[in-house]
Design a protein around this ligand. Sequence first.
Ligand SMILES: C[S@@+](CC[C@H](N)C(=O)[O-])C[C@H]1O[C@@H](n2cnc3c(N)ncnc32)[C@H](O)[C@@H]1O
Ligand SMILES: [Zn+2]
Length: 321
Amino acid sequence: MHTSSLPALCCPQHGQPLVARGAELECPSGCRHAIRDGIPRFVANDAYASAFGLQWLRYQKTQLDSYSRVPVSARRLERCFGPAAWSALRGARVLEAGCGAGRFTEVLLGQGAAVASIDLSEAVVANARNFPVGERHVIAQADIFALPFAPGQFDAVMCIGVLQHTPSPEQAIAALARQVRPGGWLVIDHYAYTLSWYTKTAPLFRAFLRRMSPERGLRATEAIVEAFLPMHRAVRSSRVGQALVSRVSPVICFYQALPELDDRLQEEWAFLDTHDSLTDWYKHFRTAGQLRRCLVELGLDDIWAEDRGSNVEARGRRPSN
Ligand SMILES: C[S@@+](CC[C@H](N)C(=O)[O-])C[C@H]1O[C@@H](n2cnc3c(N)ncnc32)[C@H](O)[C@@H]1O
Ligand SMILES: [Zn+2]
């Protein structure tokens, strides 16, 4: 499974190199890891992330910059990486943790990086359909808490839109930091605390939707968006109007944040992000100070953490030996 430009996959339990035998990868200690749809699988199931798997298979292209024709993901990723890490991407080995359908995979590959994309869910299938495996791209279904790579091999490890959905963001950050080589970068973001989440009806809807089967949760979200999005559309250019509609509507819409998206894309993005926010099993919040302290405790240098309203973005660099 080794490509010339990316670290070889290894057994998450034993850290040993794997040998391909038929549709399995074998570890010398006896573990067998299936290869399904051409993708190595290091988890028995998608645990708490099955709704995400369905979401990314359903909305496979929605947030790709090449599909929306607006560089939303590229702008966000460049800001999170910062000038030094961003300018070093060509030829770099990047671990993308929680890849989803690949909005950031596309940007990283476009910047000339070699990308190992992992996700706990069936999103890996959507990612492979969008960006087939090759010299500069490997994909595995794997857990951030049991990664199939030896430590310290990546020039950059990025994890965006993910940590808040894991059982322990701090432990996830620590696991990711171990994958960074000396002198390499860890680039992350996290939901921030916002009063507006608690003053909306969304937590109420979420209490029901996250307990539904993924299929029912998806259908319920689509019905909710169909019911409420016209109200958002009617006041699309009014910030106050959006705030008022949001008191009753749990729909996440982009009329204010991304007015350049046409009506069809507005609808798709609303379906996708509303589903994401109402069906996630874990939803944590952190401040910029908390992320900064976490990166300091992990021994990283050049730490940057910034509150951007609903999100906190942060990065740090592992000291060179
Ligand atoms: C909101 S999506 C973001 C996907 C992508 N980064 C993006 O921004 O489009 C969160 C993803 O994290 C994945 N995820 C959650 N917990 C994970 C874990 N422990 N290990 C790997 N992936 C995980 C989910 O399956 C899901 O695809
Ligand atoms: Zn093993």
